[in-house]
Design a protein around this ligand. Structure first.
Ligand code: GCV
Length: 658
């Protein structure tokens, strides 16, 4: 190396080191809203409200006029440069607020605001988060600490409101769908009122999950039969009380006759009877019912069939303020599922999709998995316009960085942006988020965007490739336990129900010769999925019991392909760590270290997944692991004895650590 070159390298190193050291440490508490306060009161004129306050506090550009103009669609806005001023026009305060955040986003992402002509309308009227928060402050499947709604801290709720409004989220369900009847007690309603009052300035309405048996458990009635006059009158009174306390209350989210929750079927009534009774009571107050279609029974030979079986006969019978809320896939937020066929089979019923932001099945708050590609995949089958709304199960808790993993914030951000405009690409959203959350350095942006875009497929590879699903550890769903089937546990809560490994092959036969689940899809897809030779390989074991020696498109036999996929996943996870290590110069050390620690866990966990699954399935396939695949570094017996002692309310400190 020449002297010049040595000096240059030293300078690069110094600069890199300096920039890392010089960047102030951040804890993630400001999310993507890392705006410097400037306080430019004079420059912002027009309609007073939160939009004005936000711009007065953070806007660094020229004068802005906020104008209200009737006639525009609710929540939509325009931004135009006129006579040296930026004019934001909207029909309501929420529209002005969204316009203000649009400007701040342009500012934060370094775009020119000199000549603007923007017109935005949200794709969905309702863009709502579902919190699975319990009265004692735990969050079901929550990996970021306790509920932010238990003893709400006004400062945190304000940031929560700003963050949601900045991406267009306009509703929030405050409590778990496994709802306590106490959620409707006067005391709880007062707490909900406090939160509603704090969120109203940010255009966010509150909603509650209800327990269908509340008339019995809270009201002391003998029944909760939705057709009983006393029950109806109990709900009428309760709803009137709610609206007295929270005049703009949004409505109810209901999990009924699912996983032991009470529902109308307990009284010989249908989902439609239950939903319509509540809808009628809410209607005079403009409230809505989001009725979940997440239903399955242990007696069912295929859980994936259940929602359509129960809801199809009711198509067209629901009131116009009922929306059927359907999880994106027919089983349960798996790393990859086909879309739930209910979306295309119902014709006369309003539906909305429920995505899960909290990573119940995707490595909790330890794995970096960017979910926008999963949602985009869903929308490539289900037309966004066929849906009424979008719900996301929140990944938010009282952890300093809100979501447990810095990168999990991206899923909150992406959810809002996708609900606003499902045509935005995962790449566009990732770039926006990275620029605001970290930096717009081109090297960082390109590397981290690609890492995020690849992360979901990597997780599929190291957890459940080729259509495998639900082979998680019982209860906490963190690691692999494809063998888990203790006596007495519902079979549909055990992995062998789903993978059906035997000496012939692996996978659930959902074809016409099996559970006939394929028949719930439109004809063309039914044909595609039904034939093992045309079924997309990424869903192969979802629809077929695939022989170990089945020839795959790569030319390999299925067993070898499975080994390769798992191994690819491990290499991807390790590669993410290497990529991140190279990002050190661009990130403050606190966030760099915290993310690096998580990526190390993810890389180790990926080996755990690969080794546990391959060694276990090998006991059925009786075939060797191909030479060009890294051979297991763990031992099946040890892994089968390994337990992580956590509940469904916590994030594991680390994964496999033997
Ligand atoms: C809120 C899965 C989860 C449960 C969750 C349920 C639901 O079964 O494991 O924790 O309960 O889905 O969505 O209702």
């Amino acid at each position: 190396m020449t002297m010049k070159r040595i000096l240059f390298s030293a300078l690069v190193l110094l600069t890199a080191g300096w920039s890392a050291a010089a960047t102030t440490n951040e804890d993630g508490s400001q999310l993507w809203l890392r705006l410097d306060q400037v306080n430019t009161t004079a420059k912002i004129t027009g309609v007073k409200g939160t939009a004005m306050t936000e711009l007065q506090t953070y806007w660094q550009g020229g004068p802005v006029v906020l104008k209200q103009q009737k006639g525009q669609t609710k929540d939509s806005y325009t931004i135009k440069t006129q006579g040296g001023k930026t004019v934001v026009t909207a029909a309501n305060n929420a529209g002005l607020l969204y316009g203000a955040y649009h400007l701040l986003r342009l500012q934060q992402t370094g775009q020119s605001c000199a000549s603007l002509n923007i017109s935005e309308t949200p794709f969905y009227d309702l863009r709502i988060l579902n919190h699975w928060d319990n009265p004692n402050g735990t969050c079901e499947r929550g990996f970021a600490g306790k509920s932010i709604f238990l003893n709400p801290d006004p400062e945190r709720i304000k940031i929560y409101g700003r963050a949601n409004a900045s991406v267009g989220i306009n509703g929030t369900v405050l409590n778990n769908v496994n709802a306590s009847p106490q959620a409707l007690s006067t005391e709880s309603l007062q707490n909900a009122k406090t939160i509603a009052d704090q969120l109203r300035p940010y255009g966010i309405r509150v909603y509650l999950s209800i327990n269908f048996a509340s008339p019995i458990r809270l009201g002391g009635l003998k029944t909760a039969d939705p057709l009983d006059a006393d029950v109806i009158s109990w709900w009428k009174n309760k709803v009137s009380e709610i609206y007295r306390i929270i005049p703009d209350f949004g409505g109810f989210l209901v999990k009924a006759n699912s996983e032991g929750e009470p529902g109308p079927q307990d009284f010989g009534r249908t989902h439609a009877d239950g939903a319509n009774m509540l809808a009628k009571v809410l209607k005079p107050h403009h409230g809505i019912v989001m009725w979940r279609a997440f239903v399955y029974k242990p007696q069912s030979s295929d859980r994936a069939n259940q929602a359509s079986l129960e809801f199809m006969p009711l198509d067209g019978l629901f009131a116009d303020n009922v929306i059927i809320q359907i999880k994106n896939g027919p089983v349960d937020f798996q790393p990859r599922e086909p879309y739930s066929p209910l979306f295309t089979s119902v014709q006369k019923t309003q539906t909305m999709v429920e995505f899960q932001l909290t990573q119940e099945y995707l490595g909790a708050a330890n794995h970096l998995v960017y979910l926008a590609p999963l949602w985009q995949e869903f929308f490539s089958f289900v037309k966004p316009a066929s849906l009424k709304a979008m719900a996301g199960v929140a990944n938010i808790g009282d952890d300093t960085n809100w979501c447990g993993h810095h990168f999990a914030q991206a899923n909150w951000y992406a959810f809002g942006r996708t609900a606003w405009n499902p045509n935005l690409t995962p790449k566009e959203i990732a770039e926006e988020w990275i620029t605001q959350t970290f930096t717009n350095n081109p090297q960082f942006l390109a590397t981290v965007t690609q890492l995020m875009l690849d992360s979901r497929e990597a997780a599929v590879n190291y957890m459940m490739p080729l259509g495998l699903h639900h082979i998680f550890a019982g209860n906490h769903h963190y690691g692999p336990e494809p063998w888990y089937s203790p006596r007495g546990v519902r079979v549909d809560w055990t992995p062998p129900y789903y993978h059906k490994a035997d000496s012939i092959g692996l996978g659930f036969n959902r074809t016409l010769t099996g559970s006939a689940n394929v028949k719930q899809y439109p004809e063309e897809l039914c044909r595609l999925y039904n034939d093992i030779n045309t079924c997309p390989e990424n869903l192969l074991t979802w629809f077929h019991h695939v022989p170990w020696n089945h020839k795959m498109k790569s030319g390999r036999i299925f067993w070898d392909e499975l080994c390769h996929k798992y191994d690819d996943g491990v290499h991807q996870a390790r590669h993410f760590l290497a990529l991140w290590d190279a990002m050190q110069p661009y990130v403050d050390s606190q966030r760099f270290d915290e993310i690096q620690r998580k990526l190390r866990i993810q890389a180790r966990d990926s080996e755990w997944w690969r080794d546990a699954c391959l060694l276990y399935f090998q006991t059925f396939s009786n075939r060797p692991i191909p030479q060009d695949v890294e051979h297991p570094v763990h031992n099946l017996d040890e892994m089968m004895r390994f337990r992580i002692n956590i509940s469904m309310y916590e994030n594991p400190e680390s994964g496999y650590n033997k």
